[in-house]
Design a protein around this ligand. Structure first.
Ligand code: SF4
Length: 99
């Protein structure tokens, strides 16, 4: 995988995250982590202010879920991921998949 292949966050429905504006993530990059079977977006931060880079969309900076079908060398190989709520309050990578 080369750096230009880096996955983007194509959509995020977690509206109360500080990096979310109009269903898009504006962090420079997100980290996906958490226990096996639960690919949490650990960049999620619920604040009353908005932050990040307003003109750009987040990349997947790192993913610790080696068991995901798309993971290679602890990086995400999916063309893009979607992030949303899984349960009431947990921001998760909804593209997570296992064989
Ligand atoms: S699709 Fe898989 S490899 Fe990519 S960020 Fe989500 S959990 Fe990680």
């Amino acid at each position: 995988m080369i750096r230009s292949d880096i996955s983007k966050v194509s959509e995020c429905s977690v509206a109360d995250c500080a990096y979310n504006q109009a269903e898009a993530c504006h962090a420079g990059a997100v980290t996906i982590a958490g226990p096996s079977g639960h690919a949490g977006c650990v960049t999620f931060i619920p604040l009353t202010v908005k932050g990040g880079f307003a003109q750009s969309t987040a990349a997947v900076g790192a993913c610790q879920h080696l068991e995901c079908t798309y993971n290679a060398d602890l990086e995400c190989g999916a063309p893009a991921i979607k992030v949303g709520l899984r349960g009431a309050t947990e921001a998760d990578c909804l593209t997570y998949a296992t064989a």
